[in-house]
Design a binder for this molecule. Structure first.
Ligand code: UDP
Length: 415
């Protein structure tokens, strides 16, 4: 078991006033007061890599600033465990996976070990995603309020895996999903809360052009040639091979370069293999840049996003898709698959372009590259859409309301 330590200076809550207005921040303070004396313990499986860690890194310090005692702990597990949870993840997204009874045993054994060794200490235990879901067994002994926060789309899962997990989920006081169509029928209270990005984080703040240029230099990118970028973990579900194919179609008529940038998450054992396949697919082709970005490379990711002419997110399946939110906030025209939470973010032909195939992606990218005015208009709408719906201040408000509502029998809260 590890505990999160935040080394970097964080944004102050009042720094958000110029972005979202004063009243939004005052509202957060008023809600936070209602939670004084309560400890909220977040539990997930990794401090780095992927959307969940990304959000918690920003969310926990801001809750603390608001006076809410939020903490963050991770479970521990060996490679076999994360191999199993990765299979679960894929199977919940509907992919066919070979899951043996041995795999279920590994999951249960590691969960049991974590139940014994983890230091629980919350009035509200906030469990993220399937990896730690079985910790709920501790509820009988500890009491408190338990929430399962599901960050993935489980609307069309492999039933064997879902039924197995469901037995744990129904013991919780509430479940939270990122979009209405991600959820499952459950006999417990359910909340819909979409994720968010932090506009003041290194990943999303505005960067001076010298920094952007230095990152382009570092990775051998040509400043004067349009960049098409997909930023994602190297994962089949992000379809990096499809991205390369779409790029090659675009390249037939427009001179441009492709950036496929990603890292590896400690809870994703499959990424090395995917990366190898991507490198193979790209080998011998010019203007394709495959970049491995270290976990502390937020400024670099930010610079690549800001430098891009078009951002692609050609996922086959997607949770919410934070990389899309990040790109929209930067005013970039986005071409993304019509899957998962992307559809909440990209309103076709208004805040971005949706695609359904490699050919469709290539067509949309070409359209944006060849019509700069249209691309700029889409980018402007995109940023406003994120300001209204997907910034961390809205997310904080939803979480505070969620925590408070656990102490009320219905969802009506009287402040
Ligand atoms: N990310 C990153 N480095 C990488 C790849 C991704 O920091 O090499 C970040 C990305 O900017 C985003 C998050 O990880 O904030 C990915 O979240 P998303 O919801 O897009 O996908 P997930 O990885 O959770 O499936």
């Amino acid at each position: 078991m590890e505990k999160a330590i935040f080394h970097h200076p964080r944004a102050k809550i009042q720094d958000y006033v110029p972005i979202v207005g004063r009243s939004a921040i005052e509202e957060l303070r008023a809600l936070a007061e209602r939670l004084s004396g309560k400890v909220i313990q977040n539990i997930n499986s990794t401090f780095t890599g992927g959307g969940v860690a990304e959000i918690l890194t920003r969310m926990v310090p801001l809750l603390n600033q608001l006076g809410v005692d939020a903490q963050w702990t991770t479970i521990t597990g060996h490679k076999d465990f994360f191999d199993v949870t990765k299979k679960f993840h894929n199977a919940l997204h509907g992919r066919k996976e070979d899951i043996s009874s041995e795999d279920f045993s590994v999951f249960l054994e590691v969960s049991k070990k974590n139940i014994e060794e983890l230091r629980f200490g919350g009035d509200i235990i906030f469990i993220h995603d399937p990896q730690p879901v079985a910790l709920i067994a501790k509820k009988k002994e500890l009491g408190g309020k338990w929430i399962w926060r599901c960050h993935i789309d489980v609307s069309n899962p492999d039933n064997r895996v879902w039924e197995f997990l469901r037995d744990f989920v129904i013991e919780y006081d509430a479940a939270v999903f990122s979009a209405p169509n991600f959820s499952q029928q459950l006999p417990i209270r359910q909340f819909m809360i979409s994720p968010s990005i932090d506009p003041l984080s290194d990943k999303n703040k505005e960067l001076p052009s010298e920094i952007i240029d230095s990152v382009l230099n570092k990775y051998g990118l040509d400043k004067d040639k349009p960049i098409i970028a997909q930023i994602s973990r190297f994962d089949y579900l992000k379809d990096p091979i499809g991205v390369i194919q779409a790029f090659e179609m675009v390249r037939k008529s427009i001179d441009c370069q492709l950036v496929l940038a990603g890292g590896t998450a400690t809870d994703d054992p499959e990424s090395e293999k995917v990366l190898e396949e991507v490198r193979e697919q790209a080998s011998g082709k010019s203007d394709i840049h495959i970049l491995l970005i270290p976990p502390e490379g937020d400024i670099e990711i930010n610079a690549l996003q800001q430098a891009a002419a078009v951002i692609l997110q050609k996922s086959i399946k997607e949770g919410f898709g934070l990389t899309v939110t990040e790109a929209l906030w930067k005013g970039k025209p986005v071409v993304a698959s019509a899957v998962g939470g992307i559809q909440l973010q990209v309103k076709n032909k208004l805040t971005g372009l949706l695609c359904h195939s490699v050919e469709g992606a290539a067509y949309a990218v070409k359209r944006l590259l060849s019509n700069k005015e249209y691309a700029a208009w889409i980018g402007k709408n995109a940023r406003e859409h994120v300001r209204q719906n997907f910034l961390i201040t809205r997310h904080l408000k939803d979480y505070l309301l969620l925590f408070i509502s656990l102490y009320y029998p219905s969802d009506a809260i009287y402040l």
